[in-house]
Design a protein around this ligand. Structure first.
Ligand code: 5AD
Ligand code: SF4
Length: 478
């Protein structure tokens, strides 16, 4: 009999993609994904530890599992991801309803762990790995629109930003074999997908060094696609992120390519040049700044200062004047003064971000900041500063969006607008949401179509457009 699994994902895009890897591993073990916890034999919560609030939300959700178990005695509940890694056996102790705890590098062992759970025991595996990339596993796409998909290119993080729990929950940085990345992108294209987002905690430090034995064997590390004019298809070519982007751009020339997340200290001009060179690489960069104050950045251990960040920004604009930029900002990090906060606001005004994710600082156990600095900005001050940052960003987003009015853009249609069945939504290369009429150019627009659009009006959150014609994205040009 087919067993049914319901997977709920919290946190980042990487987690969403990990859930798809988990679904693939479980498919081999006889599980089919279902759309609600109520129909499932196994509920897995793929969790996030980034801020205390994220963990709180999941802890509440775990409590709700008691009601489900009361109705379905055979139901099993598992906690995956970053909270599993951070809290380990404690989670089983504190939450009796949990049967299974599995960290981000241990998903291959799920079938054995579930066997143990099946006999009424609890099971845990939170071992982190230096090698695991789930490279050859083909993810089972969950909740997909059939148009856009995530492809994880690396796991873990070696950066040690003072505020961040990720190095503790996801372990050391490791890169996935470029050949398996290219193969996954080609497979997605063959299945009708039109956009991939290459994912990593810090994509700029992607590095593939073929090992002697692997390339000798002609297996791992062999580059199946090589940009014209580049020497060597013998597997001995090391691949950095710029090389990988180019490989993917050439391997799937009709596919739109995005990536996330860049790190200002590692973002190279080589990457920017590749982005500028290929039409199918979207002109959008998410470049978290965290703070506009060099003092705060130093305490955050970010590895760059304000001037360096602004220089990277200038380089983006030199390479791609039409590139959109978004960021992450933390309000109220340890020791942040009113003057530091003003520097964040002034940097925002200088850059004029298209979009930003903005957070109150939340102390996380084990991090450098938790060990070294007092969480000394009072909560109401953090709240006020965050509000000022949010208010300013609203104005800046509106300004950027208004700048698109009158321009022509290529929009990839993703689905029906939530507000009106007579409209479709999609995104331009800059990642702004564009709303267009459902019927245009004598045809009904469908998800996956590319349309040429004139932008007619804008709000801070989206653009409205009139379709000029339905067209295919130009294939990549070198
Ligand atoms: N408190 C608040 N925000 C945080 N982030 C990471 N750690 C913390 C924390 N302890 C934010 C950063 C990061 C984004 C994913 O989450 O801005 O870029
Ligand atoms: Fe959350 Fe970070 Fe883990 Fe993603 S990597 S789930 S954002 S803690």
């Amino acid at each position: 009999m087919q067993k049914k699994v319901y997977i709920e994902s919290y946190g980042c895009q990487m987690n969403v993609n990990d859930s798809e890897v988990v679904a693939s591993i479980l498919a081999k073990d006889g599980y089919t994904p279902v759309q609600s916890a109520e129909e499932a034999d196994l509920v897995l919560l793929n969790t996030c530890s980034i801020r205390e609030k994220a963990e709180y939300t999941v802890l509440q959700r775990i409590n709700e599992m008691n009601n489900l178990k009361a109705r379905n005695k055979d139901l099993k509940v598992g906690v995956l991801g970053c909270m599993a890694e951070r809290m380990r056996e404690d989670l089983l102790e504190k939450k009796k309803v949990v049967d299974l705890v599995v960290g981000p590098d241990a998903y291959r062992t799920l079938p054995e762990l579930l066997e143990k759970v099946g006999t009424g025991q609890k099971a845990v595996n939170v071992l982190l790995s230096r090698e695991e990339t789930y490279g050859e596993i083909v993810p089972v796409r969950l909740d997909t629109n059939g148009v856009t998909a995530f492809v994880t290119i690396m796991r873990g993080c070696d950066n040690m930003c003072a505020f961040c729990v990720v190095p503790f929950t996801r372990g050391r940085e490791r890169s996935r074999d470029p050949q398996s990345i290219v193969a996954e992108c080609r497979d997605l294209w063959a299945k009708g997908y039109k956009e991939v987002t290459l994912l990593g905690q810090n994509v700029d430090s992607y590095k593939w060094k073929p090992t002697a034995s692997a390339s000798d064997a002609g297996a791992e590390g062999t580059r199946s696609v090589d940009p014209p004019g580049r020497p060597g298809t013998d597997g001995s070519v090391p691949t950095d992120f710029a090389d990988l982007l180019e490989l993917v751009a050439l391997a799937v020339p009709g596919m739109r390519i995005r990536y996330s997340t860049s790190h200002p200290k590692d973002m190279t001009d080589k990457v920017l040049a590749v982005m500028a060179r290929y039409d199918n690489i979207c002109k959008y960069i998410h470049l978290p700044v965290q703070s506009g104050s060099s003092d705060v950045l130093k305490r955050m251990n970010r590895g760059y200062d304000r001037a360096w960040y602004l220089e990277r920004m200038a380089s983006i604009r030199r390479h791609m004047p039409d590139c959109a930029i978004s960021t992450d900002i933390i309000a109220g990090f340890c020791g942040e003064t009113a003057a530091d906060h003003q520097e964040t606001l002034s940097l925002m005004r200088e850059v004029v971000y298209d979009m930003a994710f903005m957070f109150k600082y939340s102390e996380r156990p084990k991090t450098l900041a938790a060990r070294k600095y007092a969480d000394d900005v009072p909560d109401d001050v953090k709240g006020r500063r965050l509000q000022e940052i949010i208010d300013l960003q609203k104005t800046l987003s509106a300004q950027r969006m208004a700048g698109y009015v009158g321009q022509e853009h290529d929009v990839l249609i993703e689905g029906v607008s939530k507000r009106s069945a007579e409209h479709m939504y999609g995104r331009n290369s800059q990642n702004a949401v564009v709303i267009v009429p459902r019927h245009a150019d004598g045809a009904e627009l469908l998800p996956g179509m590319f349309v040429r659009v004139t932008i007619t009006s804008a709000t801070a959150g989206s653009l409205q457009g009139a379709v000029i014609k339905v067209r295919d994205l130009q294939t990549a040009t070198a």
